[in-house]
Design a binder for this molecule. Structure first.
Ligand code: NAD
Length: 345
């Protein structure tokens, strides 16, 4: 099986080389993203392997189909960048539903602690032998209320971490998991109650039509003054302009952003010698109480190895059996995994 691998970064290759060699697959690595302009590179391949900012829209899917490419293997969990409705009946789409929820949840907590204990400031100050503590006052997490939106794999790990800090958890999920609510330290509540009562809000739901700009001017207006917003999920869950206004108005206390709505133009690339053509991102980064990482939450050795192993297995299953349990199927339920091993078409 021949795979065209798009948006390749140096850290992708070692794990993919190891697992694909074992499986007898041939991978050609392209640095460019998959877009309508680059899709012709996939000519002659059986499958494409893509990441979060590749654009698998209807045009790309039609071209893949014309060229005889039969599968799109996402090496990530989210699939908001794939038109799965259009893909149905044309190309099979696979994803890696879980590779390390710990990687993302731990990064969310790392960002939160960095922000509220001013570690990012302290690191720079002490390197300059500035041992002053003025402006460094933080607050305890113990006893604070964290609102967790999305209580799937990552949200649950994040909740466990927060409970370790002695925090109270208010949870919201479209499909609540009843075993999680203990009526005391973890409670499912309405979104409004979560907004009104949380000191910190962390987003762990997928990007869908329902969740687009979940954090916007209206929801921020319901939040406590000084609320900390953490987004390690998908950029468009947050209306960045509204967040910036909240920060300027001092109603948002801090923001920890691993994702950004327009990240595909910037993230994963080095723009250090350039003028950033995104005023909102530039202004957010300039704020002392905003921490931005460039979609880095997944990046641990464990996660990279699990991603490569599952992606190669998805393609092997498809090759041998015509399907994989990790198929993303439009027909079989809410654009989610169909569980029929891709036998729907
Ligand atoms: P998951 O599928 O296990 O959990 C998602 C949860 O969100 C589910 O419980 C689901 O019921 C809930 N949900 C769905 N629609 C909702 C809605 N409208 N409102 C509230 N909740 C809703 O997924 P996961 O593995 O926990 O990943 C969560 C998200 O994290 C992914 O969708 C992806 O966007 C993001 N992610 C980011 C990184 C990163 O590096 N920053 C890495 C992996 C995943």
């Amino acid at each position: 099986m021949k795979i065209a691998f798009f948006d390749t970064k140096p850290y992708d290759k070692p794990s993919f080389d190891a697992f694909s060699a074992e499986a007898g697959m041939e991978i050609k690595y392209f640095e460019t993203k998959l877009t309508p302009d680059t899709v012709s590179l996939a000519e002659g391949f059986d499958a494409v392997c893509v990441f979060v900012n590749d654009n698998v829209n209807a045009e790309v899917i039609d071209r893949l189909c014309e060229m005889g490419v039969r599968a799109v293997a996402l090496r990530c969990a989210g699939y908001n960048n794939v038109d799965v409705k259009h893909a149905f009946g044309k190309v099979h789409v696979f994803r890696v539903p879980a590779y390390s929820p710990y990687a993302v949840a731990e990064h969310a907590m790392a960002m939160l602690l960095t922000s509220i204990r001013r570690i990012h400031k302290a690191y720079i100050r002490t390197r300059d032998f500035n041992f002053s503590l003025s402006g460094m006052t933080g607050f305890d997490l113990f006893g604070k209320t964290v609102g967790v939106i999305g209580t799937g794999k990552i949200g649950r790990v994040f909740i466990d971490i927060c409970r370790g800090f002695g925090m109270k958890v208010l949870a919201y999920d479209k499909y609540p998991a009843q075993d999680l609510d203990n009526g005391d330290t973890v409670r499912y509540v309405s979104l409004d109650e979560l907004f009104e009562s949380s000191d910190i809000i962390s987003l762990h739901c997928p990007l869908t039509e329902d969740t687009y700009h979940l954090i916007d001017a209206e929801s921020l207006a319901k939040c406590k003054r000084g609320v900390v917003i953490i987004n390690t999920s998908r950029g468009a869950l947050v209306d960045a302009e509204a967040l910036l206004s909240g920060i300027k108005a001092r109603s948002v206390g801090a923001a920890c952003l691993d994702v950004y709505e327009e990240e595909s133009d910037f993230f994963f690339e080095d723009f250090s010698g350039h003028i950033l053509d995104d005023d909102i991102l530039a202004r957010l980064i300039s704020m002392p109480n905003v921490i931005v990482t460039s979609h880095q939450a997944f990046l641990t050795e464990e996660a990279l190895s699990n991603i490569a192993e599952t992606t190669v297995k998805n393609l092997l299953d498809f090759m041998r059996d015509g399907g994989s349990p990790n198929e993303v199927c439009y027909r079989c339920g809410k654009e989610a995994d169909c569980g029929t091993r891709g036998k729907c078409f």
